[in-house]
Design a protein around this ligand. Structure first.
Ligand SMILES: [Zn+2]
Length: 383
């Protein structure tokens, strides 16, 4: 059960951006992103050592610090400052940091990473950034050769419009490789840890064409940012069952990474009791979500209860001509869904899919729902 926050400091005992090594990783990855987002997101880029100075200085120079603190707290309350913490009353007292999620979206969507096309240098940089975070948090690598990376072949691509949206068209295979990332948090109950609850999100996007970057902030830096936040929360509080985290590449080229994984699983597919795939989850109305599924969902009630507790609408929808990375798992008999924003198609696969279309309150809602659902499923006693 939650104990609530102990002190008046909304960031808790520690500065919100985690360990210094994590901050270094984020600073290094930010590059131009921090400069570009300075006006929109002043807080996300405050160096950790300055925050430490603030926290340390408060004890010694109380007068000066409270003056600065009042100014600083006032800034948090401004109209553009997103709420920082999601409290989950029925769950262990874990913090989901909205500022860090937004910051991770802007890092992934930065121009330097050129739209993260599968097999491109930008996708590689994004993968390396996330692997460094996982490594610093202590996730167990489940990719090739004791790393987080699972390499697979991808063709070259071209870009073509279909019904007003751009799509990748696969060309020849010229020896390019892309990477899935696979990490795990072993369960703490020896009797249940062979059962695994999985969370996935694809981190690739359409790339850069005709000098136009397709940043893919909603598709799917948003799902990745939520997944990273859940992994960070879960590592601090291992559940009875194990948790698996998949960051797929090649989704935009036709689910290439997830199809490869189900044919080359490093975590046996039979052990997966459920997979939730997050894809384009943060634009539009804050409470409006849909999901695609195929086949039976033994945990449908848990999923719906988490939606009620989070106060969101999560409606089943026919996926029509669209698809996402839950599908190869569902075809292999794993109960699996993809969760999307109800309005995911708006601005999708255009250069306008930037941080500006991300609804911060919605990001908070989907992170909260994900944590409730994943935690409950992995922690509950029976099947
Ligand atoms: Zn897409």
């Amino acid at each position: 059960m939650a104990t609530g926050r102990k002190g008046p400091n909304p960031w808790g005992e520690e500065p919100p951006l985690g360990s210094k090594s994590e901050q270094n990783i984020r600073d290094k990855a930010s590059g131009t992103a921090s400069r570009e987002n300075k006006e929109r997101e002043p807080r996300a880029n405050v160096p950790l050592n300055r925050r430490r100075f603030f926290y340390g200085g408060a004890a010694v120079l109380s007068g000066l610090a409270s003056l600065f603190g009042a100014y600083w707290l006032n800034k948090q309350k401004g109209p553009t400052a997103p709420p920082v913490i999601t409290d989950l009353p029925d769950l262990p007292d874990r913090r989901l940091d909205l500022t860090r999620m937004r910051s991770n979206i802007s890092i992934l969507a930065q121009k330097d990473w050129e739209g993260r096309l599968a097999g491109s240098p930008g996708q590689t940089k994004a993968g390396e950034y996330m692997a460094r975070l996982w490594s610093s948090w202590g996730l167990k690598p489940k990719g090739d050769g004791e790393t987080f990376f699972q390499s697979f072949p991808v063709p070259s691509f071209s870009l073509s419009p279909v019904n007003g949206r751009m799509h990748l068209v696969a060309g020849e295979n010229k020896g390019n490789l892309a990477d899935n990332l696979i990490g795990m948090i072993p369960g703490r109950d020896p009797a249940l840890r062979h059962e695994v609850v999985a969370l996935s999100a694809h981190y690739d996007h359409l790339g850069k064409w005709d000098n136009q970057v397709y940043p893919g902030a909603n598709d799917n830096a948003s799902g990745v940012a939520v997944l990273l936040e859940i992994a960070k929360a879960a590592i601090q509080s291992p559940t009875r069952r194990s948790l698996a985290f998949f960051l797929f590449s090649g989704e935009e080229g036709g689910l290439i990474g997830s199809k490869y994984y189900v044919e080359h699983p490093s975590i046996p597919l039979e052990s997966l009791i459920g997979l939730v795939n997050l894809d384009t989850v943060a634009n539009g109305d804050k409470s409006d979500f849909i999901y695609w599924s195929s086949g039976n969902l033994p945990w449908r009630e848990v999923m719906e209860e988490a939606a009620r507790a989070t106060n969101i609408r999560l409606q089943p929808q026919d996926r029509g001509m669209h698809n996402s990375d839950h599908f190869p798992f569902a075809e292999k008999g794993v109960p699996a869904i993809s969760v999307l924003s109800g309005t995911w198609l708006e601005g999708n696969h255009t250069p306008g899919d930037t941080l500006s279309i991300i609804n911060t309150e919605k990001l908070q809602k989907i992170a909260e729902w994900s944590w409730r659902f994943v935690y409950t499923l992995a922690e509950s006693a029976g099947k």
